[in-house]
Design a protein around this ligand. Structure first.
Ligand SMILES: *[C@@H]1O[C@H](CO)[C@@H](O)[C@H](O)[C@H]1NC(C)=O
Ligand SMILES: *[C@@H]1O[C@H](CO)[C@@H](O)[C@H](O)[C@H]1NC(C)=O
Ligand SMILES: *[C@@H]1O[C@H](CO)[C@@H](O)[C@H](O)[C@H]1NC(C)=O
Ligand SMILES: *[C@@H]1O[C@H](CO)[C@@H](O)[C@H](O)[C@H]1NC(C)=O
Ligand SMILES: *[C@@H]1O[C@H](CO)[C@@H](O)[C@H](O)[C@H]1NC(C)=O
Ligand SMILES: *[C@@H]1O[C@H](CO)[C@@H](O)[C@H](O)[C@H]1NC(C)=O
Ligand SMILES: *[C@@H]1O[C@H](CO)[C@@H](O)[C@H](O)[C@H]1NC(C)=O
Ligand SMILES: *[C@@H]1O[C@H](CO)[C@@H](O)[C@H](O)[C@H]1NC(C)=O
Length: 439
């Protein structure tokens, strides 16, 4: 039975609106959860609506979605997102959701997750993503820089892991982003960087990212875990942070991208040392969740051996995510400090290439041979260089068995704050009109 266009329309628009609004930073009042429940109820025959008319993310049957819309209506926004994003085929006409084990055929996805519809049902731990090494360190003519393009371009071009050092140059300073020492390269506060990332997440509600931080650059005085709360809170990014269900996770324990998107918990935050998950549960102790190949490599053979955490049993490593560090360094002296590692700039065309000696493509193949699966994270300097612009993304796409559009990189125009604002106000206005119409 084909539902009429008019019964489809409010459904499709409403769900688009709610997800857009949930991700909006502009002062739009949240859609009251009771209204959402009411809309669910008032739809004439929701069970006949194909979910392909909705933002095409389907919940896997394993997702612990609330089975009871009444209960959901009195709880958090997170639940509201799940209920609205939920395929209406899972909701019965009286507004109570039926179990997700319905025999109804699954429509295909229409809304890509991290750029690919195929990724929606894949676990976060089953996708290779490119990481911008020292993402904030963008400064022309500074040898300690690691990237040409700033973080908004990075995200727009396909970077999904943001890695960097955090430092407190003195006890009263807020957390800052400094390379090796705040005297060498200081690009500002963690809060301001996070606020920029948060703005991008607002306007890209189907993207999941990770923020992978270093604590005080090997300085044995670590920044206390609780000091990270203020910059995350004040930047506004807190609402997107994903909290793990346990203090370590194997590959099979991670949620799918669709689950993270529907709950709007789209940012995984890790710190290498000094975490305290009993007090700051969203700040993951990196090495309980993933391991890394040698850090700051100066060896162009890029061994795939595990370096951090040290002495981890091989079977544990095989069961966990891993990061392949593929940034080639040379040692220099700067401002009287010896042994500073900076990117081997002149070799980037080879280091970030799809194939050839020392290439990121070959490195992924070696790691895959050694560990039976490609790395989750492919960390690079100056991601826009390679044998062509965007070759690092080509490597990730090959690891993921998807195709990469090699004309899509790099440094693409990022929508200005003003145009985002206009878009959100327009969305807000139309959403209220639609809500009014539906009710
Ligand atoms: C739904 O949840 C409400 C509130 O928790 C509860 O009172 C009610 O019995 C539940 N209904 C069903 C069908 O489980
Ligand atoms: C994802 O899983 C499939 C099969 O389970 C595997 O072939 C593939 O290598 C995995 N990819 C990543 C990036 O883990
Ligand atoms: C280590 O960090 C602390 C502040 O967290 C600072 O006071 C100290 O000077 C740093 N030490 C070195 C060697 O950089
Ligand atoms: C601490 O560091 C901040 C940021 O670099 C700086 O502005 C401030 O002057 C420093 N304070 C002291 C006492 O050194
Ligand atoms: C992860 O797998 C290991 C076996 O490698 C097992 O001992 C451990 O209990 C698992 N951890 C979790 C959190 O499932
Ligand atoms: C790659 O390196 C090996 C030895 O390290 C060398 O024999 C070979 O000629 C190199 N290939 C290219 C294409 O440079
Ligand atoms: C890639 O982009 C940069 C500019 O961002 C350019 O300088 C470089 O030559 C381009 N080509 C390659 C092959 O990396
Ligand atoms: C890769 O994708 C193709 C279809 O695009 C599929 O036939 C093939 O089985 C996939 N390979 C793996 C290892 O998942």
């Amino acid at each position: 039975m084909i539902p009429s266009i008019t019964s489809l329309l409010p459904w499709a628009l409403l769900s688009q609106c709610v997800s857009a609004q949930l991700s909006s930073s502009i002062s739009v009042p949240p859609v009251p959860s009771t209204a959402v429940t009411a809309a669910t109820r008032s739809s004439s025959n929701p069970s006949s609506i194909p979910s392909s008319g909705l933002p095409g993310i389907l919940l896997a049957s394993s997702v612990p979605v609330r089975q009871n819309a009444t209960a959901a209506s009195s709880t958090t926004m997170e639940d509201v997102t799940a209920i609205v994003g939920l395929s209406p085929s899972m909701a019965s006409t009286d507004g109570t959701a039926s179990t997700a084990t319905s025999a109804r055929p699954r429509p295909s996805n229409t809304r890509p997750c991290n750029g690919h519809a195929d990724f929606c049902q894949r676990k976060f731990s089953n996708i290779s993503m490119v990481v911008a090494h020292n993402s904030p360190f963008v400064k022309e003519h500074n040898a300690a820089s690691n990237q040409v393009y700033p973080v908004l371009n990075q995200l727009q071009d396909g970077i999904r892991g943001l890695q960097f050092e955090t430092q407190k140059p003195n006890a009263t300073s807020s957390i800052r982003l400094c390379h090796t020492s705040c005297d060498i390269l200081d690009v500002g506060t963690l809060e301001s960087y996070l606020a920029t990332v948060k703005g991008w997440l607002d306007s890209n509600p189907y993207e999941v990212i990770a923020i992978i931080m270093g604590n005080n650059n090997g300085n044995s005085t670590r920044i206390p875990a609780t000091d990270y709360i203020a910059p995350f809170q004040d930047s506004g990014i807190m609402k997107y942070l994903w909290t793990p269900p346990s203090s370590s996770l194997n590959l099979t324990d991670w949620p799918t991208l669709a689950e993270m998107i529907l709950r709007d918990k789209r940012v995984v935050v890790m710190l290498d040392y000094g975490t305290d998950q009993s007090q700051v549960p969203w700040l993951l102790s990196e090495f309980d969740y993933q391991w890394e190949t040698p850090f700051s490599p100066t060896d162009p053979a890029f061994p795939c051996t595990q370096q951090r955490p040290p002495n981890q049993a091989e079977d544990v490593s095989r069961d966990r995510m891993y990061m392949m560090n593929h940034n080639l360094n040379i040692e220099v002296s700067l401002l009287g400090i010896d042994g500073i590692l900076i990117p081997a700039y002149s070799l980037l065309d080879e280091v970030n290439a799809v194939s050839g000696n020392g290439s990121v493509g070959l490195n992924v193949q070696h790691c895959e041979q050694m560990w039976g699966r490609p790395p989750n994270w492919i960390l690079v300097d100056y991601y826009n260089f390679g044998n062509f612009n965007g070759s690092v993304f080509q490597v990730a796409a090959a690891a993921n068995n998807v195709t990469y559009n090699d004309n899509s990189c790099c440094g693409s125009e990022v929508v200005s704050a003003a145009s985002i604002l206009r878009r959100h106000s327009f969305l807000a206005a139309s959403c209220f009109a639609i809500l009014y119409f539906v009710l």
